[in-house]
Every structure is written in C-alpha cells, then in structure tokens.
Write a protein that binds this ligand. Structure first.
Ligand SMILES: [Zn+2]
Length: 304
C-alpha cells in the first residue's frame, strides 16, 4: 500500500515537472514521463495487461487498482486523480468503477466499452442495489477474448494518436496482441465444444461475455460481489442448478465463498474458483484465462 502510494505520488511529481519543462519549451501536447514516454493510466488489471502489451516500451503504464483490491469499490486518492488529469490517456470501462468514471476527462480517455458490442446487464431481483454497475450494459467485457482483441486494435489507434512518433509500433503490438487473443479464443471454442452441461453457476455474475461467446448459460447468484443475495434468490438458483445437472458452483478469490458454499450445500455440488480477472492474477491475462478454461472443462464435463 505504502509503496503504491509513494510511487503514484512520485509519478505525479514527475509529470508535474515535465509539464513545466514542456510549457517552457512551448512544445508537446500529451504529458510525458521521464524519457519522453507518454503516461498511460489503466483502471484495473485486464486493461493494464492490454495497455502494457500494446504500449510496450514506448508508453509508461500505471494502474489505479492495486493487486488484491476489489475494483468495483475503488476510491481514488487525490494523487490518483492528479495522475489521471496529467496522463496522455486513461484506459477504463465505464460502469466498472464509478470513481474512475467521474475522474476521467472525455478527451484524454478511452472507454473500452465503446469499442465493442455490449450485452445488456442481466436481470436481478427488483430493488437490488447494483453498486458499481450503474450502466445498462454488463461491463465485464474483458472475459471474451475476441472483444478484448477488438479493444486492443482500437487502443493501438488511440496510443498512436497520442504519440505519433511511435504510431506504427503501437499498431504492430496491437495486432500481435489481438493475434494472441485470437489463439486463446480458438482454445476456448474447442475446449468447451462438447460438455455434459452448459450451465455456469457463479457467485459473482461476471461471465456473461464468456458465456455468450462459448454458448454457455450463466446463472449468477449476484452481480455485485459486495451484496448478499436473499434466501429466495439462493433457493431459486439452487432449483435451477439441480434441474440443469450442475455439479460445481463457481466462486472467486477476492470475494468470500460463503454464498457459493451455502448454495453448493443445498445443491449437493462442490465449489471451484473461476477468476473474473478483476485483479492481477499470479500469471497474466492469458495464463489465468487458460486456468479458467481447465476449471470449466472439469466442472462442465467437457471432453474435447
Ligand atoms: Zn464485477
């Protein structure tokens, strides 16, 4: 925590110093870090990974959400707000983090949700508090590799515009990243093609795009990991899970597995961790998604 704080503070100071220098020289529009690289701020992990892949050594990428922090409830420090204001570009997804939505400048930000076709937020109990998801679409779009590939291409264009001297390098890395995501997509399509059940029961309803892409059926207990579902909702999902022959209830590492465990007990199922990648995994986006694929194949009884 301390190191994260002082690092973003130092970045703020550096960017401030550069601002004075650039102003004195009367040149340059985008803010630059030491070494002349544009400062690019990513809101949370999957966007950080993507921005690092596409930015390469030409951009200086920082992230607003520290590892292990649940991103939906992120609050920004004054230093982080300054960091966003001074950055050449902030990469975010509107609807994931209200604090970031409020802090970004429309001209110097890239809302990844604008680059892809979004899915509507799925139905929830009437009156349920949907804190952190105050948009009409489901914001968890990084869990479909093909949508993330589309976002990579668009991000390449945005970085090229922010730093024209390295435009081709950004576009080349974007194409390479999109290619790696395309390979991942093929692995998922093949790995999930023949399964005993297609029902994906999750504690936190984050896998709508993955389900959409690979023809699975997501049954979420709650969209918001901070909200306790009602007993009525739990028994409703339990009934569904039994009817669909579900043997595994998915939970995630950042959130207490209590709700999933209660449900698993009621259904006679076990629990397994499926990572919605809202925080930095032990590997990277690609390896964590491949771990998710293995977990899904086991849980859903896939034979491919
Ligand atoms: Zn979420």
């Amino acid at each position: 925590m301390m190191s994260g704080f002082s690092r973003s503070y130092a970045v703020g100071l550096l960017a401030g110093a550069t601002l004075l220098t650039t102003a004195a020289c009367g040149s340059g529009s985008a803010e630059t870090a030491a070494g002349g690289r544009p400062e690019v701020v990513a809101a949370f992990y999957p966007l950080q990974w993507l921005t690092e892949q596409v930015g390469g050594s030409d951009a200086h990428v920082t992230v607003l959400t520290a590892p292990g922090v649940e991103p939906h409830d992120l609050e920004l420090s004054i230093q982080q707000v300054t960091e966003i204001q001074k950055a050449a570009l902030t990469v975010y997804i509107k609807g994931v983090q209200p604090a970031v939505d409020d802090a970004v400048d429309a001209d110097k930000s890239f809302d990844a949700a604008t680059a892809v076709t979004t899915l509507p937020a799925s139905g929830h109990e009437e009156g349920e508090e949907e804190h952190g998801h105050e948009v009409s679409y489901d914001p968890h779009l990084w869990l479909d590799p093909t949508r993330l590939a589309t976002i990579a291409a668009k991000l390449g264009e945005r970085l090229a515009a922010a730093d024209p001297a390295h435009a081709q390098a950004y576009k080349d890395r974007a194409a390479k990243t999109a290619g790696a995501l395309g390979t991942l997509d093929q692995e998922f399509a093949k790995g999930l093609s023949t399964c005993r059940t297609k029902s994906l029961v999750t504690a936190h309803e984050a896998f709508g795009y993955l389900a959409d892409r690979y023809k699975l059926k997501q049954v979420g207990i709650t969209l918001d990991p901070e909200t306790e579902p009602s007993p009525a909702r739990i028994s409703e999902v339990a009934k569904l899970a039994k009817a669909e022959g579900v043997t595994t209830i998915f939970t995630e590492s950042l959130v207490s597995p209590k709700v999933a465990e209660v449900l698993a007990n009621e259904v006679g199922a076990k629990t397994a961790v499926l990572d919605p990648l809202e925080s930095r995994p032990s590997g990277d986006y690609l390896s964590a998604m491949r771990d998710n694929l293995k977990t899904l194949q086991t849980a859903l009884g896939c034979t491919a």
